[in-house]
Design a protein around this ligand. Structure first.
Ligand code: NAD
Length: 337
């Protein structure tokens, strides 16, 4: 059993902990939190040993009636691998802690690429991460685009990709985010940071990205145009994408017009927290004009990086190859496209 510590138990950390626990070859060594809030309560109810990040704040946990197992230093010492799911920028500050304990660490997409040896996407860069001491699971958007561009690159080659990312203003719990009544170019600069981030996974990819932010919390939506390097037609592209386990090509008969119905579908299907771990590609949007491919996809920002973190654990522990790991992950989660 790979003992996995989760440092930072928020939107991503709590989902990763549950996904780790579902794996046959992994166990949650514990989760570390800064504050004794509702997520700490649920962590204890789920049976995760709770560790305080700041030793001076242990009293606050005691006053709230939350039993602590120890401090984050002890959690890192006891873990074979740590998943750092702290807010952007804090992961880099934690890197020394992991290094001191010689514990391999998985960082998240909010960190700069140089926090880790490898920018990780299970479909595109698993093998490069095997046995690494540090990897960074790329952001939700970069994960979604990596999953799409990997098979397109292999099958047709990509001459040039252009993506407009219509981004949710904040996650549902982020009451301090916005906009609440506007449509913002964000960032205004072109390309947005997503293109260069994609190049950390696909160094040779010619891609331009533009970002926007809108008053929505549920998902991001990508408008994608790819000039393929060789001839294709919509049917063959669709078949290629349908064969990818982490791409869900939405058939028209489901009558899903947006993120609201996607989340509803996931909830009705019994997905934990209504999570969509896969990219959701509108099948009817897959269009090819000459060598130009067009499509829309939705990305559930809270969820798509979760299976990637699980695979990253096996990659750094070097206990499985890509095929074995992704199959194990998907079987354990019930991720069946
Ligand atoms: P979050 O704010 O929901 O959760 C972070 C958790 O870490 C919170 O519980 C916070 O209290 C805790 N924390 C704060 N300081 C800490 C510290 N020093 N040590 C340990 N824990 C600490 O953030 P999130 O959305 O889960 O994001 C985590 C990382 O994942 C970021 O790098 C982010 O960019 C990335 N990410 C987020 C999303 C998303 O849409 N939410 C998607 C993909 C990647």
């Amino acid at each position: 059993m790979i003992q996995v510590g989760v440092n930072g138990y928020g939107t991503i950390g709590k989902r990763v902990a549950d996904a780790i626990r579902a794996q046959p070859d992994m166990a949650v060594a514990g989760v570390a939190k800064t504050s004794p809030n509702f997520e700490a309560k649920v962590a204890l109810e789920r049976g995760y040993p709770l560790y305080a990040v700041d030793g001076e704040r242990t009293d606050a946990f005691a006053e709230a009636g939350f039993d602590l197992t120890g401090t984050v230093d002890e959690l890192v010492a006891e873990s074979d691998v740590v998943v750092d799911a702290t807010p952007a920028g804090i992961g880099a500050a934690n890197a020394d802690l992991y290094r001191e304990h010689d514990t391999p660490a998985i960082f998240q997409g909010g960190e700069d690429p140089d926090v880790a040896e490898v920018s990780f996407n299970a479909r595109a860069s698993y093998e490069a991460a095997r046995g690494a001491d540090t990897v960074r699971v790329v952001s939700c958007n970069t994960t979604g685009l990596s999953r799409l561009f990997a098979p397109l690159t292999e099958e047709y080659g990509i001459e040039k990709a252009r993506v407009t990312l219509v981004r949710r203003g904040g996650d549902p719990g982020q009451t301090d985010r916005g906009p609440i009544n506007d449509t913002l170019p964000d960032p205004v600069e072109i390309p947005s940071h997503h293109g260069p981030d994609l190049n950390t996974v696909f160094p040779d990819l010619d891609v331009d990205t533009m970002g926007m932010k809108v008053p929505a919390t549920l998902m991001h939506t990508h408008s994608v145009n790819v000039t393929l390097a060789s001839e294709a037609d919509a049917e063959s592209v669709r078949a290629l994408l349908e064969a990818e386990s982490r791409l869900f090509v939405l058939p028209p008969e489901l009558d899903i017009d947006g993120a609201g119905k996607l989340k509803e579908f996931a909830q009705d299907a019994g997905r934990p927290r209504g999570d969509c771990w896969e990219n959701c590609v509108w099948g009817d949007s897959i269009t090819v004009e000459g060598r130009d491919l067009y499509l829309f996809q939705a990305i559930h920002q809270e969820a798509d990086v979760v299976p990637e973190n699980v695979d990253a654990v096996r990659a750094v522990a070097d206990t499985a190859d890509r095929e074995e790991s992704t199959t194990l992950t998907e079987d354990a989660l019930g991720l069946d496209g």
